[in-house]
Ligand binder design. Structure first.
Ligand SMILES: [Zn+2]
Length: 172
């Protein structure tokens, strides 16, 4: 069942029960990530295992999807693929975080329940390029891709369809 992933989870309980969350999360559920996006439609696919490694509640798995970032040179859409391996160790304090195995990324738990989309978006935000920009010259790219999405959606206000109607009337 895609899109039935929970909003709030207790990640420690999930780890104690050895859980597996698979599905898609809509980008609209990730407001902080959305600020980096040119196109806010779409989703990220997650496949995450919750389990205990020794005493440490751990989240391990994969996040992937296709994003359209904002090119910092031309402010147009910059396609960017996410493929992020995740291995998180959950801790209560910063001191515990310092003692984690080096292959574990620390997640300091501030409350029992955490937003699951928020955990996922943090992982993706970490993986974003510092300065997203087209590798090819921006002008070439935007000449091909430049489309105003609003105009396409508002068909009734499309000036060209009005012109087409006037033309038809005139011909009759
Ligand atoms: Zn650009």
């Amino acid at each position: 069942m895609l899109d039935q992933l929970p909003e709030l989870i207790d990640p420690v309980v999930f780890a104690e029960r050895t859980s597996h969350l698979v599905g898609a999360i809509k980008l609209q559920r990730m407001s902080r990530l959305s600020e980096f996006l040119f196109e806010k439609e779409g989703d990220l696919k997650v496949d995450l295992h919750f389990y205990k490694e020794g005493k440490v509640p751990t989240i391990e798995g994969h996040i992937e999807g296709h994003l359209n970032l904002i090119c910092q040179s031309c402010l147009k859409s910059l396609p960017w693929d996410v493929s992020k391996q995740v291995k998180i160790g959950m801790v209560q304090t910063i001191e515990q975080a310092d003692r984690l195995e080096s292959d574990l990324e620390p997640l300091v738990l501030t409350e029992d329940k955490m937003s699951f989309p928020s955990i996922v978006e943090d992982e993706v935000i970490i993986a974003l390029p510092d300065f997203p920009r087209h590798t090819e010259p921006c002008m070439e790219y935007t000449n091909v891709e430049f489309v105003e999405p609003e105009v396409i959606e508002e068909e009734s206000n499309n000036p060209f369809s009005v012109l087409a109607k006037l033309k038809n009337t005139g011909a009759q």
